[in-house]
Ligand binder design. Structure first.
Ligand code: C5P
Length: 264
């Protein structure tokens, strides 16, 4: 039996720079691996079977863990997912599970093939989870340059019940942003998320929560990915925990920024 954590991500910044001939969009983003994680347990089995403690998550061929195992040609393993990362929250939970499955099955079965191309076929965010830490990414998100570790600011995640479909969020964009280049992201003033405008228009409560995080002392707050999670960074753990305790009736989680030492 092998247990591995499968961490979530947030986006410090996310610009959608254009639409591509293949139907996907080009991005410029800064990804950040965080401590919030699911746990995957791998056991020997005579067939491929995936289970999950969250009954709302499909465990059939739609599950990215199933797809990842199949993509490697592995059929003799049982994988259990302990879900802590909400799905449809812009935290990359399914993508992270897929990447953790690729790396763990490769180790267990002694596979030699490179994983990057398989990862991208499974989803645009999956390649980042092979790298982790803080990373600048372009293309669909797979052209990745690791960056210096971001400061270890305590994070508060606000996890609204509203789920956002990534495909719908892309369709709702009304304009594209020019890329800034990696060096621009040394300055927090350049952090933006192009999905906030259309998603906040649909769910005004999310904007209110972002503003509330600033009022409660956050030094930075934004939506993660295509939403709906709103993240705040705080100057210290005590101000973060104080903010959490007065936050309205919505699920919250605390998290830490993970450095690149966690890179596989
Ligand atoms: O790659 P992934 O499966 O996460 O993408 C989900 C959907 O989001 C895609 O089908 C596509 O509609 C949209 N998408 C996109 N450009 C990206 C990533 C995702 O248009 N770079």
């Amino acid at each position: 039996m092998i247990q591995v954590p499968s961490h979530a991500k947030i986006n410090w910044s996310l610009r959608v720079t254009g639409k591509r001939p293949d139907g996907f969009h080009d991005l410029e983003t800064v990804f950040q691996l965080i401590s919030l994680h699911d746990t995957l347990t791998f056991r020997e089995s005579d067939r491929l079977v995936v289970t999950c403690d969250d009954r709302t998550i499909p465990t059939d061929e739609r599950n990215l863990v199933v797809k990842a195992a199949r993509a490697l040609g592995i059929e003799r393993v049982a994988i259990h997912i302990e879900k802590r990362i909400p799905s449809g929250g812009g935290l990359g939970g399914g993508s992270s599970n897929a990447a953790a499955t690729l790396t763990t099955l490769s180790k267990i079965f002694g596979l030699q093939q490179p994983l990057e191309a398989i990862a991208l076929e499974l989803g645009s965010d999956v390649p980042f989870f092979l790298v982790g830490g803080t990373a600048y990414a372009t293309g669909r998100g797979e052209v990745i340059t690791p960056m210096a570790d971001a400061p270890k600011v305590p994070l508060l995640l606000v996890l609204p019940r509203q789920r956002v479909s990534t495909a719908e969020a892309f369709r709702s964009l009304r304009r594209f942003s020019p890329p800034l280049g990696m060096d621009a992201y040394g300055d927090r003033a350049n952090f933006t998320n192009d999905f906030e405008e259309p998603v906040f228009a649909r769910f005004p409560q999310l904007r209110a929560w972002k503003e509330k995080l600033y009022q409660l002392g956050a030094t930075w707050a934004a939506m993660s990915g295509s939403g709906s999670t709103i993240v705040g960074a705080f100057p210290d753990v005590s101000s973060r925990d104080a903010a959490r305790s007065v936050f309205p009736d919505v699920r919250t989680e605390t998290a830490a920024v993970l450095g690149g030492a966690t890179r596989a």
